[in-house]
Structure formats: C-alpha cells, structure tokens
Write a protein that binds this ligand. Structure first.
Ligand code: ADP
Ligand code: MG
Length: 243
C-alpha cells in the first residue's frame, strides 16, 4: 500500500463543530454550522437530510475536496483539519485515504472492469501487475470476478455498482463516502449493496458514511445522522438485519 496513506493503525473518523461558509459579506452562506459525527472503523452510518441541508458540502469537506471554515476533522489519531489543513499533501490524502461511491458508477467506458479498479492503486504508485492482482481480489470479494474482462457497458446496474464499490475500496481507505449509492437500484440490489458495504466495513475496518433518501435502506442503519440547515443530530436507527 502507498506510504503516504494515513497510517492503517489509525481508525475511524471524527468531526467536531465543523463549519463551512461559502462566499463573503452579505452573500455569505453558512452551509455547515455545527456538524458533529463519529464513525468507528467497521461501522456504516446513514446521513439523511432534505435538499439544501448541507449533505454534499459535508461530503466534500470530508473528502478534502473543499476546505472547511472551522472545526476539526480527524481520521484515527491523525488530525486532518483543525482551523486549517493539518496534512501537507491533500491530494494524496484524497487519493489514498478516502474512497468515494457515487449514485452513478462513473466507470471509465474504454477500460475493462479489472483496469477500472486497478487504475486506483496504479495512480498511487503500485506496479501494474500488483495493481491488477489487487483489483481481481476485490472483484472476488464482491462476487463479480466472472466479469473481470467485461467492459462497463456490458454489466447490469447492480454489477456496475459493485465494481464502483470495489474501486472505492481497493486502496483500503480508512474512510468511504457514499452519495446516494443505491438510488438507481431496485430493492433487492439496493439491499445487496448495503450488505456488501457492511461486510467490507468490517473486513477492512473502514468507516463508511452513506448519504441517502432511500426508504428501502434507511431501516438497515444502526445509527443515523440527520442534517438540517447545516446542523447534525444523531439518532439510533432500527438496524434491521438484512439477509
Ligand atoms: N458553491 C456554493 N456556493 C454558495 N453556496 C453553496 C454552494 N454549494 C452549496 N451552497 C449552498 O449551501 C447549502 C447546502 O448545500 P448542499 O451542501 O448542496 O446541500 P444538500 O447536498 O443537502 O442538498 C445550500 O443553501 C446551498 O445553496
Ligand atoms: Mg447534494
């Protein structure tokens, strides 16, 4: 694994009093006012809130895509942000320590399934053959190894989403952020994706945050964070087991 990754002995993510202001003066918008979250390694939590409540802003801050305006974020025992970035190489942090799963799989159409996944370790400096071996191992873990040589357009929606999850996890990031990962899927496929995320969280000790409106999957979370007007509230979920 890449050397500049946040140490694998560090676990979980913690956000305290996070604040994000867009713009200045009269037109400033405080998209995040007071966000507090703690997600342990191996845990999957839901993040639910109405349109405009700050979900995308929070994921962008967590993913180090935009800089917060205040508060603190830590991954394991490493401070990522504390009134300013505390990590020198933000791009390496983003690449090696944070995995993203989007609503659409965004697979690269001209690369086969294996190379779509292998690209991530390759970009992090892992040799090509080793990267492909890591990709194949992820495909096996997600039960799509038989599609390793297929092109993305040849896959079903559920298969594409599993490949996207494989890609998010291949560098074994301590944190995975999923933005509406089940929205385009039917009930069976959506629950399968959530089950896989749960298994992967436990297996790789990943902290996973799932932004969702999806009524099919909300009952599966053991803990849910609600966000409203840039403020988070924690709630115990139903944590309904899925077979
Ligand atoms: N780049 C931006 N510049 C100014 N305001 C923004 C920007 N992005 C989002 N906002 C505002 O921040 C608030 C939260 O937006 P967002 O994080 O996209 O919410 P959600 O994803 O929950 O719909 C909204 O009021 C939105 O209009
Ligand atoms: Mg949004």
């Amino acid at each position: 694994m890449p050397e500049n990754k946040v140490s694998s002995t560090t676990k979980g993510i913690r956000i305290e009093g996070l604040h994000k202001r867009y713009g200045k003066g009269d037109t400033a918008v405080d998209a995040l006012k007071d966000v507090n979250m703690e997600v342990a390694a191996g845990e999957v939590v839901g993040l639910v809130g109405p349109s405009g409540s700050g979900k995308s802003t929070l994921l962008k801050c967590l993913g180090a895509v935009i800089e917060p305006s205040g508060g603190r974020m830590t991954i394991g025992d490493q401070t990522i942000y504390d009134k300013g970035w505390k990590i020198k190489d933000i791009r390496a942090l983003r690449r090696d320590s944070i995995g993203f799963v989007f609503q659409a799989p965004y697979l690269i159409p001209f690369l086969d399934v294996t190379d779509n996944i292998a690209l991530l370790p390759m970009l992090a400096g892992v040799a090509n053959a080793k990267s492909r071996a890591l990709a194949v191992a992820m495909l096996q873990a997600l039960d799509v190894a038989h599609r390793a040589k297929a092109m993305p357009s040849q896959l079903s929606g559920g298969e594409q989403q599993r490949v996207a999850i494989a890609r998010a996890l291949v560098n074994r990031p301590p944190v995975v952020l999923a933005d509406e990962p089940t929205a385009p899927l039917d009930s069976t496929r959506a629950l399968a994706v959530i089950r896989i995320l749960g298994q992967m969280a436990r297996q790789y000790e990943t902290a996973i945050i799932v932004v969702t409106h999806d009524e099919k999957i909300i009952p599966t979370f053991k803990r849910i964070y609600h966000i409203r007007d840039g403020v988070t509230y924690e709630e115990a979920g139903e944590g309904r087991e899925i077979g």
